[in-house]
Design a protein around this ligand. Structure first.
Ligand code: 6PG
Length: 488
């Protein structure tokens, strides 16, 4: 195994899973010397093999022990840790600490719960080390060729890393998809919400696909529709891959013979999740932010997991009967496009609102326009619309909610009839569209001058003396009613 002479690597990557290996190769391909290490040496060898195949062998240096690894790094050392979030991060840090010196910078690139990063920052700073938690989005391909990077921690640490990070990040319109997010934990937070929006976006696309399928549109035709949408305002990575997925025949599954037909029709309708969607919904609740599209997307994954129960229920409980041949397909496809556009905007509005509230709470000073900008490339939610979202948050007047941007508000108003037709049809026919419908409900609640929540306040006061404000008295003054003779 190669071992680089003492202190000549610009940066180290610890953890040679798919993300770590690809990020290390990305770093090497941008001309930096990168040290790589892993708990089990086999994965380090795999990375070295790949680096040689890609003619990057000169730039990648294997270390078999934490000591060798740390010694091979230029000071202050910069180490990106890419191991499973949780205890493995603490274990890795513990194994490296004896070989680090004051001022060295550890960077966690995993999908970690942000409070863990705040704790690690505190503990490491007490010992004289620095810690950055950095969201990394884009999967394997992004890590190798340019991810979206969301680093949070001390600004001067970001500055020490900036040269490397801006070179390895995705590049869009001559700008790197990386920015300084804010203080400790903020990088994880923004990545977590990115994933929440990802859940929303994916569920919305799945619901649109389901509506088309119910209307009798074949996989190949749907693939063409998504490909066409990808040429316009809906252009995004997720729309692009949906088109490719719908076109894919069942011919390339390792260990199985090629079969007639499309693969999508043979994939079990039970969705997994690793936790960031759940964390986003928990955080929305914690921050008092309404995020029903993201929540619907998460809960639909959970109900999908109840496959056996669903099968039993389907045999017992029937929905309305409906003749889908009566639906004008062309009109439906056009309506679905508008409904998807509007709902997607709403999902972004919810996600950005969660970030905004957390940023206020933790004094992170997060620039939402910058979040939109760094999501324009490399990451899973990259989309054309992010350019307009970025502009909406970069205007002189601060924007309290994306839907209050006059251009977006105008677009939602113009498309709302199509959106309502889609949700109406789904409700009438019993096709579940929880994300499309809850996005529309959010839109209607958000634009409502008056909601019936006066009734909630009255009920709360009736049974629990929780008091209420009045429309004819200044805000902040609370009243209680003796609703009946039994009330005090
Ligand atoms: C990304 C992805 C990445 C991963 C998610 C999937 O931005 O690159 O979001 O982080 O694909 O962990 O999450 P689920 O398994 O929960 O769908």
């Amino acid at each position: 195994m190669l071992f680089r002479s003492i202190m000549s690597c610009d940066i180290g990557v610890y953890g040679m899973g798919v993300m770590g290996r690809n990020l290390a190769l990305n770093i090497a391909s941008k001309g930096f010397n990168v040290a790589v290490s892993n708990r089990s040496p086999a994965k380090v060898e795999e990375c070295i093999k790949r680096s040689q195949e890609e003619h990057l062998g000169e730039k990648v240096f294997a270390s078999t022990s934490p000591e060798e690894f740390c010694k091979s790094l230029i000071k202050p050392r910069k180490i990106i840790i890419l191991v499973t979030a949780g205890a493995a991060v603490d274990k890795t840090i513990e194994s490296l600490l004896p070989y680090l010196e004051n001022g060295d910078i550890l960077i966690d690139g995993g999908n970690e719960w942000y409070e863990e990063s705040i704790r690690r920052t505190r503990e490491l700073e007490e010992k004289g080390f620095n810690f950055i938690s950095m969201g990394v989005s884009g999967g394997e391909i992004g890590a190798r060729h340019g991810p979206s990077l969301m680093p949070g921690g001390r600004k001067e640490c970001y500055e020490a890393l900036e040269n490397i990070l801006t070179k390895i990040a995705a590049q869009v319109d001559n700008e790197a998809c990386v920015t300084y997010i804010g203080g400790a934990g903020s990088g994880n937070y923004v990545k977590m919400v990115h994933n929440g929006i990802e859940y929303g976006d994916m569920e919305l696309i799945a619901e649109v696909y389901n509506m088309m399928q119910n209307a009798g549109i074949a996989d190949d035709e749907m693939s063409s529709i998504f490909a066409q949408w990808n040429q316009g305002e809906l252009s995004s990575y997720l729309i692009e891959i949906t088109s490719l997925i719908l076109a894919k025949k069942d011919t390339d599954i390792a260990g199985l013979p090629a079969q007639e037909g499309h693969l999508i029709d043979r994939i079990l309708d039970v969705a997994g999740s690793k936790g960031t969607g759940m964390m986003t919904v928990k955080e929305a609740a914690e921050r008092g932010v309404s995020a029903p599209t993201i929540a619907a997307a998460l809960f639909e994954r959970y109900i999908s997991d109840e496959k056996d129960l669903r099968m039993r229920a389907a045999s017992m409980i029937s929905g309305p009967s409906f003749d889908w041949s009566s639906v004008d397909r062309q009109q439906l496809v056009s309506d679905l496009k508008d409904a998807l556009f509007c709902s997607k905007l709403v999902a972004y509005a919810q996600g950005l609102d969660i970030i905004h509230k957390a940023s206020q709470k933790f004094n992170w000073g997060i620039n939402l326009g910058e979040c939109a900008r760094i999501w324009k490339g490399g990451c899973i939610i990259r989309a054309k619309i992010l350019d307009q979202i970025k502009r909406a948050f970069s205007k002189d007047t601060p924007l309290d909610n994306l839907l209050l941007d006059p251009d977006f508000a105008d677009q939602l108003v113009k498309r709302q009839q199509a959106w309502r037709r889609v949700v109406g049809l789904a409700v009438a026919t019993g096709v579940p569209v929880p994300a499309l419908a809850s996005s529309l409900e959010y839109f209607d609640s958000f634009r409502a001058q008056r909601l019936p929540l006066n009734m909630i306040q009255a009920q709360r006061d009736f049974f629990g003396s929780h008091t209420f404000e009045r429309v004819d008295q200044p805000r902040g003054q609370f009243f209680h009613c003796r609703w009946t003779s039994e009330h005090a």
